[in-house]
Ligand binder design. Structure first.
Ligand SMILES: Cc1ncc(COP(=O)(O)O)c(C=O)c1O
Length: 277
């Protein structure tokens, strides 16, 4: 059983137990972070810790660890993983208390971290690309907080799978925002579009890496959500996340994107991404 950390103790994952009164369980009153590692080294650790701190501050949980303590937990778990690549999942809830919506007083946060195996690449992901369906964004207005309250995302992802697609892309007021667990890039008439980092999307760390690469490669770029019509007429579509990196989407709602093959800009960005690891 893989190694984990719970409230100050390192132990096997199957020995970690949390009360049913934990507010993470009862209310989804918790935030999380997922930090990938390559060859035993955490990728973009500073950015992940900064986002974790921001998520905690936004929902008013005192950060229970210093950056050095977080780093020590992450590095110790990485050292115990039996593979060179993987990820560390961290979750902080508002703690255990009698069920009441109001914040409990003097309750310690529940701090949990576990290792995750690097997921196998989806069959054909690199040479054929992935398929997506579009769905209405039914989430709340604080999608920038990396909260464990993910019911809308779970329902959308399930809808995608039941439509034989890999991911669902959310549309709000005619704008392409992001996937259920990924950010979205649309190339339309040679310009790359991605939604700006506001309250309507999760500010993906991989998204930021890809934006850096787009700038380095001097590709035409606007930080603005593409319209649904631009998505339907796109030259290329990509998704990004910590465990998927940057993958091409070649089918939207059953229709091919351009010629249905991963496009030339994606090839450039994908190759540049591999050099970052
Ligand atoms: C809704 C949503 N958007 C985007 C992402 C991608 O973020 P990152 O690149 O930091 O993994 C995630 C990751 O979990 C997500 O849940």
């Amino acid at each position: 059983m893989s190694a984990a950390y719970l409230n100050g103790e390192y132990k096997p994952l199957d020995e970690c137990q949390v009360s049913v009164l934990d507010r993470g369980f009862i209310f989804g009153d918790a935030v999380y972070e997922l930090i990938p590692f390559y060859i035993k080294k955490a990728f973009r650790l500073e950015a992940h810790l900064a986002r974790l701190k921001r998520s905690l501050a936004e929902i008013r949980i005192n950060n229970p660890q210093t950056d050095e303590q977080w780093q020590a937990i992450i590095e110790r778990l990485i050292s115990q993983h039996d593979e060179a690549n993987g990820y560390v999942y961290i979750q902080v809830s508002r703690g255990v208390a009698r069920r009441d919506h109001a914040f409990p007083k003097d309750t310690a946060a529940t701090v949990f971290a576990m290792l995750g195996a690097w997921p196998a690449l989806i069959d054909g992901a690199l040479d054929k690309g992935l398929s997506v369906v579009t769905v209405d964004d039914i989430r709340w207005n604080r999608c920038d907080v990396k909260s464990t309250s993910l019911l809308a995302n779970v329902l959308m992802k399930q809808k995608a799978l039941e439509s034989d697609a890999h991911e669902a892309i959310m549309i709000r007021e005619g704008k392409v925002l992001e996937g259920s667990a990924t950010n979205t890039f649309v190339v339309h008439q040679g310009t790359v579009f991605t939604a700006a980092k506001d309250n309507l999307i999760l500010p993906g760390i991989t998204r930021d890496v890809v934006v850096e690469l787009i700038n380095t490669l001097a590709l035409p770029f606007v930080e603005q959500a593409a319209s649904l019509q631009q998505l339907q007429e796109a030259d290329e579509v990509w998704l990004t996340s910590s465990t998927k990196e940057c993958l091409a989407i070649t089918e939207v709602d059953g229709q091919p994107v351009a010629n249905g093959q991963p496009g030339p800009l994606w090839h450039q960005v994908y190759a540049a991404f591999q050099l970052q690891k």
